[in-house]
Design a protein around this ligand. Structure first.
Ligand SMILES: *Cc1c(COP(=O)(O)O)cnc(C)c1O
Length: 385
């Protein structure tokens, strides 16, 4: 963190936090596509808003600072950020992906980048010995999520980065689930961090956005070129909304995590619940590794009810908690990964990686925990066959 030692302060004052001209305490929304030039070749730092916009730039500087990277880039969605980062690769290159990678990341590799001769392999990034054996000569990058969606599989980011760098791979971490407040992958050896800022960074389910942060000047130049060439940039108003959301990230995440920990403990002790996946539980897969690389277990929980519970009835009986795609907003949301977030992954692959039809994913909001638990409890009660 360049200017603020503590992240709680950097969230509020990092990047460019005031308006130099007027002293406004918020970055103005520069809703403009172009900029007047004082003469041929005489620009005041901006020429066209795809290339650069002051509101977007404030956000880009902020996320770079928060992730402790060299430069940040803002895109129109998480997938646009991931697509831009994957555009660093060349025809013939292969990418390794965590087995529980986000469905859209899988889809863009499986159905779009394959047209350009870029291939992928699902790798065991959570098992370092196995992982190394999966690096063939054509592998040029790895994409990790930790914890990975929806089984909250933890990957040793430092371990994977070390092995990957011995083989010259680019290490990309999707840090959407943790945010820089809980985990900073560049400090663990990653080269690039990507975010669906739609989730916790925005935090209010009111904006779709993506961010990428790189750790070197060389990568920054390449990604800036791709961002400007392919054009999937974030607009000024959405950039403003994200800056605004990020200001409260620390207090939101503290409450999110506190509620998630309590919800996970409630589910573990509930007789209707078969399994709970949450990295904040001491017997969870990767508990110690997560504890060493992240501030805590994060917010996302997945669980399965026993067979004598009808999950359709469970979803339909919830009052407070809403059935919806996405996560990371102040409100509690549940989803059914097999038919929603991970539906783009073929059934046989879903089964192989453990995404069962009974799996339920909970994004614990910041409502009163008593209301969240009461809602889960009554819906589980109604779902019993
Ligand atoms: C939502 C999500 C994405 C995609 O982001 P969009 O903003 O929806 O394009 C990528 N990775 C993870 C982990 C996500 O949860």
């Amino acid at each position: 963190m360049s200017s603020y030692k503590n992240i709680e302060s950097a969230l509020i004052h990092g990047g460019i936090s005031t308006d130099e001209r007027t002293g406004a305490v918020n970055v103005p929304i520069y809703q403009t596509s172009t900029y007047q030039q004082d003469g041929l070749g005489k620009m005041r730092g901006y020429e066209y808003s795809r290339t650069g916009n002051p509101t977007r730039e404030a956000l880009e500087k902020l996320i770079a600072e928060l992730e402790e990277g060299y430069a940040g880039f803002a895109f129109g969605s998480g997938m646009a950020a991931i697509t831009a980062v994957l555009s660093l690769l060349n025809q013939g290159d292969r990418v390794l992906i965590s087995s529980n990678v986000y469905g859209g990341t899988f889809r863009v590799l499986d159905k779009v980048f394959n047209h350009f001769g870029i291939t992928y392999t699902i790798a065991n990034t959570d098992d370092l010995a196995k992982y190394e054996s999966q690096i063939t000569d054509d592998v040029k990058a790895v994409i990790i999520e930790s914890p990975a969606n929806p089984l909250m599989t933890v990957t040793d980011i430092r371990g994977v980065a070390e092995i990957s760098h011995q083989h010259g791979l680019l290490v990309i971490v999707d840090n959407t689930f943790m945010t820089p407040y809980l985990q900073r992958p560049l400090t663990l050896g990653a080269d690039i961090v990507v975010h669906s800022a739609t989730k916790y960074l925005g935090g209010h389910s009111d904006v779709v956005a993506g961010l990428a942060v790189v750790n070197s000047k060389e990568l920054a130049e390449k990604l800036a070129f791709i961002q400007n060439s392919t054009g999937g940039v974030l607009g000024p108003f959405d950039s403003f909304l994200l800056i605004r959301g990020i200001k409260t990230l620390a207090v939101r995440m503290d409450r999110h995590v506190e509620n998630a920990q309590k919800a996970a403990e409630f589910l573990v002790s509930h007789p209707a619940v078969k399994t709970v996946y949450y990295p904040g539980l001491p017997d969870a897969q990767g508990y110690e590794i997560n504890k060493a690389q992240a501030k805590n277990g994060g917010v996302m929980i997945s669980f399965e009810l026993h067979e004598n519970y009808d999950i359709n009835v469970f979803f339909e009986s919830l009052h407070l908690i809403m059935l919806a795609e996405s996560l990371g907003g102040v409100e509690s949301l549940v989803c059914h990964p097999a038919t929603m977030t991970h539906a783009s992954i073929p059934a046989d692959i879903r089964k192989k990686v453990g995404i069962t039809d009974g799996l339920i994913r909970l994004s614990t909001g910041i409502e009163n925990i008593k209301d969240i638990l009461a809602d889960l409890s009554q819906a589980i009660g109604k779902a019993e066959k």
